[in-house]
Write a protein of this length. Structure first.
Length: 365
């Protein structure tokens, strides 16, 4: 991380994290065993967002009291604790970067350019995102504003094109599958908000950082997620469960005179989302790496993180089999989220409070 990193606006951070979340929303693959579907999903989405907001409360309290970032607080408690926290966040960010690249190359090679070479997409995206991350947070966060404008345009066109096709017969009681299904859907939807970990690392770099930025990200994400789920359910119905990428199918059905089919806009926005998401995680991974090795140059740290994530994704991108096996194990997905978003901030907050309240104990620098 730079000695004096430039701050970005809270709005830019909200847009950046929302667009990053769109990457997985736009290529959602229905899985009956791990995710809620149908009307149950419409209920689970806002409740899961509220659950994520509750889990972020310890971090927001820590941010208000310490006026610094989580990694700095961890190192103030002890160099060993700081190294462990930085390593956990860094590994998670590289993991998410590798998943993003693998997912991108798989979708491009299967839905956009069938029978093409996946590694070409992987290499191009990794190089572009690695360079963008090395330019700093302020540089690539500017892109999020006009990508968000493109998102609004696409959503308006989607609604206008698909509104005549909406069939309310597919809307049933969200409790039809029982409360256990709702609880499972809330849990799985909540732990898939991986951007919450990026929020913890990036929020201190936003002007007027605080609960309003986190709330703005969650509310916008819920609204967009709910709208896309509603259109998918009421237009495709049960047919959505048979499609590998339901939203891409939905965009192929949406047609407007003057625009034609909207799948090209969908793909263009998704490519921008993939680029920004990978850039965010590479940047965050480089920030963590520089906490572990303070003498490392930021550009070299970004290059190192991009190389590791690129090699990882290259080894696992074929058919997405590795990532599919991982995603089917709910606790494999949930454990890192709960550890980084809930447990680490809570433990750091408690240790910081105990250190302040104990006589004769000062901050360890």
């Amino acid at each position: 991380m730079e000695n004096k990193p430039r701050m970005i606006s809270g709005t830019q951070l909200v847009f950046l994290l929302l667009i990053s979340r769109l990457f997985t929303l736009f290529t959602f693959v229905p899985r009956a065993r791990t995710a809620a579907s149908g009307s149950t999903a419409l209920l689970c989405i806002p409740l899961a967002g509220a659950a994520v907001g509750i889990l972020l409360i310890p971090f927001l309290l820590l941010l208000r009291r310490s006026q610094t970032d989580l990694l700095s607080c961890a190192f103030q408690l002890g160099s060993g604790y700081g190294l462990v926290v930085s390593l956990l966040f860094g590994v998670f960010c590289i993991y998410m970067a590798a998943f993003t690249t693998s997912h991108f190359s798989f979708f491009m090679a299967s839905a956009v350019y069938p029978n093409s070479t996946p590694w070409a997409f992987l290499l191009l995206l990794t190089l572009a995102a690695g360079y963008a991350a090395s330019l700093g947070l302020e540089a690539f966060s500017r892109m999020s504003v006009w990508v968000f404008s493109l998102l609004l345009l696409l959503l308006i066109l989607f609604v206008c094109a698909l509104l005549p096709e909406v069939n309310p017969v597919y809307l049933t009681s969200p409790l039809l599958d029982g409360l256990p299904a709702v609880g499972k859907g809330i849990f799985y939807t909540a732990v898939n908000h991986a951007e919450a970990a990026a929020l913890i690392l990036l929020l201190p770099r936003a002007r007027r950082a605080g609960g309003r930025v986190a709330a703005g990200w969650l509310v916008l994400t819920i609204l967009v997620y709910e709208l896309l789920s509603f259109l998918t359910l009421t237009v495709l119905g049960d047919y959505a469960k048979t499609r590998l990428f339901p939203l891409h199918t939905l965009s192929s059905l949406a047609q407007l005179s003057g625009f034609g089919r909207l799948d090209l806009l969908h793909i263009a926005l998704w490519i921008f989302a993939a680029f920004l998401r990978l850039t965010v995680y590479l940047y965050c991974a480089a920030v963590c790496l520089r906490r572990i090795f303070p003498s490392a140059a930021f550009g070299r740290s970004c290059a190192c993180c991009a190389a590791v994530s690129g090699i990882w994704s290259l080894a696992t991108a074929q058919g997405m089999q590795f990532w599919n096996r991982i995603s089917e194990q709910v606790w494999v997905v949930a454990a890192p989220f709960l550890l980084l978003v809930a447990a680490v901030p809570l433990v750091t907050l408690l240790l910081t409070s105990l250190g302040r309240n104990s006589a004769g104990k000062g901050r360890i620098k």
